[in-house]
Ligand binder design. Structure first.
Ligand SMILES: NC(=O)c1ccc[n+]([C@@H]2O[C@H](COP(=O)([O-])OP(=O)(O)OC[C@H]3O[C@@H](n4cnc5c(N)ncnc54)[C@H](OP(=O)(O)O)[C@@H]3O)[C@@H](O)[C@H]2O)c1
Length: 365
């Protein structure tokens, strides 16, 4: 007995023809071919509820498809699941597009967005007669609202370039500098707060300001760092203490009190260095290498602690970069480093792993 046969008391499944009609119905978007609706909808097909100014029947949706495929050329509907019984179908799907044009009064962000779509269809003789639709347009608002990034050490170098990059990417940036100011660089979405990473009172002051500036952190970048012994062979106590206080103690005790303010699914990034990988051990920069090795270990520990909140933690090597710390001989500009770091941030790197931007890949510790 097949489930297509009508047996009293048995429910008949959706037919292959009905499924195919539903698939064609949605493919009209990707194909930019609204007339496909004429093949799979009855002439009196009802779209429920009708949109503002939408005419009855397939023509109303054909007009909508023509409009949206023109202003959002990569729009498509991705079917997750079609289920139901003969003449009754439910569909779980998503509308996907690059938000490059105003939609429902929400200004373009240039971001790729995904809107959940849930629909129910009635069918007769293999054609759609009624469709009840529900799109999660609120999530477009959520996906369009700026994310918040906290970045330490934005007064120069990689931190400054990262702040500029994230502002261009529509982030609201809370940056720290030791002076609490940014000479010559202002942006309406940038807040600068003072932070001296070696001073616990300064850390406490900075932390107390952050919840007043945001309702949650999407991205925390621990960038501030120092390398006074990078050309030295023998550890020197003042340089050593300064390095560990800034690059390790300051990083750990700035990050810990911010953990409750990280949103579910947030990211924590440590601007680390491949000089801190044990297999790259060399004689110069003892304090600097040890400090970055410690940060890599902290990242691995933290990754485990915050995993259940969906928070990813990534130590990243930015390459050798032309900054006060890196010197002028370095091959990469801070802007190139910021672009590469941003690429790493937006790549779904496995949490707790070390990401080397110069090879665009994970490196084992
Ligand atoms: N450049 C490279 O080749 C390279 C390579 C690998 C990793 N990194 C890492 O990249 C990060 C950024 O360095 P960069 O190359 O951009 O150097 P940079 O231009 O010297 O910037 C360092 C930043 O850290 C801040 N900072 C230093 N000590 C601090 C402290 N005690 N408290 C608060 N902020 C402090 C600085 O603030 P002030 O302006 O107030 O000093 C500055 O904003 C560092 O963690 C570094 O280890 C750099």
């Amino acid at each position: 007995m097949t489930n297509q046969r009508e047996t009293p008391g048995m429910v008949k499944a959706l037919t292959a023809e009905e499924r195919q009609s539903i698939e064609i119905f949605y493919s009209a978007w990707k194909e930019k071919n609204p007339s496909l609706l004429d093949e799979v909808c009855t002439p009196d097909w009802q779209d429920i509820p009708l949109g503002k100014d939408q005419v009855d029947g397939p023509q109303g949706l054909k007009d909508i498809i023509s409009h949206f495929t023109t202003i959002l050329p990569d729009i498509e509907i991705i079917i997750h699941e079609i289920f139901g019984t003969h003449e009754r179908a439910g569909v779980r799907a998503a509308i996907s597009f690059t938000h490059q044009h105003e939609v429902l009064g929400i200004p373009a962000t240039g971001k790729k967005v995904t809107i959940a779509l849930h629909e129910f269809h009635y069918l007769k003789e293999g054609k759609l007669t009624h469709t009840w639709h529900l799109e999660d347009w609120f999530s477009l608002l959520m996906q369009s609202s700026p994310k918040t990034a906290v970045i330490t050490g934005i007064s120069s170098g990689i931190g400054l370039a990262l702040a500029q990059k994230l502002l261009n990417e529509n982030y609201h940036v809370i940056g720290t500098s030791r002076s609490g100011k940014m000479e010559g660089f202002h942006h309406p979405n940038l807040h600068v707060i003072p932070l001296e990473a070696t001073d616990k009172d300064s850390i406490q002051q900075a932390i107390s300001q952050i919840p007043k500036l945001t309702r949650g952190i999407d991205l925390l970048i621990n960038n501030a760092g120092t390398a006074p012994d990078v050309f030295d062979i023998n550890p020197e106590i003042n340089a050593f203490n300064q390095t560990l206080a800034t690059n390790v103690t300051g990083v750990v005790f700035f990050t810990e009190p911010l953990l409750p303010y990280l949103k579910e699914g947030a990211q924590v990034v440590f601007i680390s260095s491949n000089m801190g990988l044990p297999r790259n051990a060399d004689s110069n920069g003892p304090g600097y290498r040890m400090s970055k090795a410690a940060v890599n270990m902290y990242a691995s520990i933290l990754a485990k602690r915050v995993a259940e909140r969906g928070i990813r933690v990534t130590p990243m090597h930015p390459g050798w970069v032309q900054t006060k710390l890196g010197g002028s001989q370095a091959p990469y500009t801070p802007e190139q480093a910021a672009d590469a770091l941003y690429h790493g941030i937006t790549t779904n790197v496995e949490s707790g792993k070390f990401w080397n931007t110069t090879i665009n890949a994970i490196e084992e510790f």
